[in-house]
Design a protein around this ligand. Structure first.
Ligand code: SF4
Length: 723
């Protein structure tokens, strides 16, 4: 009801209140929130997403202050301190200009030996050398420092800098305005009121500025909303802000003992709430340097319309653990934007398109046009197909392919919400614990290694007393056939209460062949030995589809459950939706013929480029296309290959995968599947999941023996019409 009221307000152009914004932070479904924020953004900015060609230059890290969250600053004489000469800065600026930069962004520490004239000279020299480049420099904190040292007013300092060539202020130093937080994290810095007053002065002098908010440390949602309220009030008064930039906290080397990155779901929520609450801001930035390229791309679907720029050299957030790299090329930026379904537009610092021909992309889109972006026919058939998925009705591969090709991400999440499939904040995220065993050795050493692995694993699951482990025998890379039943039996004798999973369907075929048995006979032997589940391995892609389903089909009478894999592959510039549709249809068909499917693992092909937006859409569609009782797993190792800059040396996502895990929950993932107790630091993982609002629960198939079969059988009844 509350969401409906807020939606009505937003759609009718009525301003939402602080209480509304707090409610959205705490209660809104992420998909629904993103959809609303996306509509508002389309109404303001059309399909365009801005980026610019810029370079950061941080003149010095030597600083008179000691903000507790700052990993960048050094005291005079301290190792690692630096202070650029103006000539050095000119060289860096020259390189940037050569590469097409239209903006230089300069912020740094408060150097105790630099007087105001030094700053004026710096700006003046840069402006004289490169008059066409916009100089965006100095936070309210630096301006206050200059004014105090020069015994001038802030207005006098600003005017001198402007006369020397400064163009605008970047908006740093805002952190969180509320004194409850500010007094703890940066009590020696200008107060929240002073920050606001400094920007009011700038705007009244005709100098525009940006504004920021550092979130994800000790503040709560109310502090964030209070921060945005003060910015919204000043924007009402002056209209002088260009853009709002939420800055995700980077957790290294701070004095607050925080060692956790912000979660992707929180990043996306913050962007969306900002878009809805800051109704007098045209631009909301998805700052890739701090979000990481993966979440930054997703944020373009949650209300952001600016990705920032090429950056080149950024020292402040990287000192604090920023892992997103320091440079993106024009191609990288444009590719990220295009593959999120938007149109890249290069902008100036003050948010005009650099190229006149881009003006058309900036045309706001009306509500009625947003609703009808597709032709009525297409929209109708898409709605029909989504409805068919929601209802579990017959869907052909070509129908699935059509939905995947045509449905925007938000249509899919809308259908997901309508089907009550999206995993709400606070809902249980199911875990399992894996002990990975190398089964290429003979049974004696194998058993000894298994005992050792169990001792290690159990020390990682102490918090869950009585939990039975799932033991995964990883036979995916088996070089020669081996009597698998002996290994399963040995495992059973070492740990009778555990569930036993065999990873690798190909190994079962190889075993059957080497023993001269039928596949069914091998599987019956394996079941007798204690095998519970067969998990498809990524290496099983070398098997033909019919061989794979031969193994899975024979598992059914032996009462062994299976975990098939859906692998999202890429074509040149898009996911291979056709193969995905075939895989999903195959699983739907097997479910309808009583296959014991314990879960479906959703992965990205190892060497393919799949963008985060595409991954989340495919995940949500997979969730929709399968009955709600089938768990969709997003294995951690699968998510780490979502690297939007793949091909440029970034083979893995740069930030911890928990950033993506928390977002994937909103798109239908209920489980991380089998998580290695020893390799993935289970306790930390569970802590992170709890901190992200999920309730991790350790689970293994045998613990649920009684409900296991009935749960699997209920999969079948939820497919009302078999394809
Ligand atoms: S945040 Fe800025 S003012 Fe504070 S210590 Fe770091 S460099 Fe200095």
């Amino acid at each position: 009801m509350m969401m409906r009221n807020i939606s009505i307000k937003v759609e009718s152009g009525t301003r939402i209140t602080e209480a509304d914004a707090s409610w959205l932070y705490r209660n809104a479904e992420l998909g629904e929130l993103g959809r609303l924020a996306n509509r508002v953004n389309l109404r303001k900015n059309g399909n365009a997403v801005f980026y610019n060609i810029n370079r950061h230059i941080n003149p010095t890290n030597i600083c008179a202050l000691s903000c507790k969250f700052c990993a960048y600053s050094k005291k005079p004489g301290e190792a690692g301190g630096y202070a650029y000469e103006i000539d050095e800065m000119l060289v860096k600026a020259g390189e940037a200009v050569q590469q097409g930069a239209t903006e230089l962004h300069m912020v740094g520490g408060l150097h105790p030996r630099w007087n105001f004239q030094r700053y004026v000279d710096m700006i003046s020299a840069m402006h004289k050398a490169y008059p066409e480049v916009h100089l965006k420099a100095f936070t309210a904190v630096e301006l206050d420092w200059m004014a105090r040292r020069a015994k001038k007013t802030i207005a006098e300092v600003m005017l001198e800098l402007r006369d020397a060539g400064l163009g605008s202020f970047p908006g740093g130093g805002a952190e969180i305005f509320h004194a409850e937080v500010r007094d703890v994290i940066c009590d020696t810095k200008v107060s929240g009121d002073q920050w606001i007053e400094t920007h009011r002065t700038a705007h009244n002098l005709g100098i525009r500025s940006n504004c920021t908010m550092l979130y994800g440390h000790i503040e709560n949602y109310d502090h964030r909303v209070d921060h945005m309220r003060r910015l919204r009030d000043l924007q009402d008064e002056t209209g002088g802000f260009n853009v709002f930039i939420p800055l995700a906290f980077q957790p290294f080397q701070n004095e607050m003992g925080i060692n956790r990155y912000t979660f992707g779901a929180d990043d996306l929520r913050t962007i969306a709430v900002a878009r809805l609450y800051l109704d007098n801001f045209k631009h909301i930035k998805s700052y890739w340097v701090m979000l990481g390229q993966d979440i930054a791309q997703l944020a373009l679907q949650f209300g952001a319309n600016d990705l920032d720029g090429t950056v080149v050299e950024e020292k402040i957030s990287h000192a604090a653990g920023g892992r997103a790299g320091m440079i993106m090329t024009r191609n990288n930026l444009e590719n990220l934007i295009r593959r999120s379904g938007r149109i890249p537009v290069e902008r100036t610092t003050l948010y005009s398109p650099v190229h006149d021909h881009d003006l058309t992309h900036l045309t706001p889109i009306k509500n009625s046009e947003i609703d009808n972006q597709m032709s009525p026919d297409k929209a109708a058939s898409l709605r029909e197909l989504l409805l068919a998925l929601e209802n579990g009705d017959t869907t052909t591969p070509s129908g699935l392919w059509k939905v995947a090709m045509q449905a925007p991400l938000h249509e899919v999440t809308a259908a997901l919400d309508a089907a009550n499939h999206s995993t709400k904040q606070g809902q249980t995220l199911i875990e399992s614990v894996t002990v990975k065993v190398d089964s290429s050795q003979s049974v004696g050493p194998f058993t000894a290694a298994l005992r050792q692995a169990l001792i290690q694993a159990e020390s990682h699951v102490l918090n869950d007393a009585g939990h039975a482990l799932t033991i995964v025998l990883d036979a995916s890379e088996l070089m020669k056939p081996m009597p698998m039943a002996e290994y399963v039996a040995a495992t059973k004798s070492v740990s009778p209460a555990s569930s036993i999973v065999l990873r690798g369907a190909a190994s079962i075929l190889a075993t059957a062949n080497s023993l001269g048995q039928k596949t069914t006979e091998t599987l019956v032997d394996l079941r007798r030995a204690g095998l519970d589940v067969i998990e498809e391995a990524t290496s099983d892609k070398n098997l033909s589809n019919s061989d794979k389903w031969l193994v899975f089909g024979c598992a059914q009478p032996a009462e062994i459950a299976v975990i098939p894999l859906i692998t999202l592959k890429s074509l040149t510039n898009a996911p291979d939706w056709s193969t995905w549709a075939d895989d999903v249809t195959e699983i739907r068909t097997r479910l309808a013929t009583n296959a014991l499917i314990y879960g479906v693992a959703f992965r990205v092909a190892d060497n393919d480029l799949i963008m985060p937006c595409e991954y989340m859409k495919a995940l949500a569609l997979t969730r929709l296309a399968l009955p709600s009782t089938v768990k969709i797993w997003t294995p951690i190792t699968g998510m780490s290959v979502l690297a939007p800059l793949r091909g440029l040396g970034a083979d893995h996502t740069m930030h911890p995968v928990m950033k993506l895990v928390s977002a994937a929950r909103a798109f239908g993932s209920a489980s991380l599947g089998f998580v290695s107790a020893t390799e993935h630091h289970l306790e930390r993982l569970c802590e992170d999941l709890r901190a992200s609002g999920a309730a991790p629960r350790l689970m293994c198939p045998r613990q649920h023996d009684r409900s296991f079969s009935s749960q699997l059988l209920s999969n079948l009844s939820s497919l009302r019409h078999a394809p």
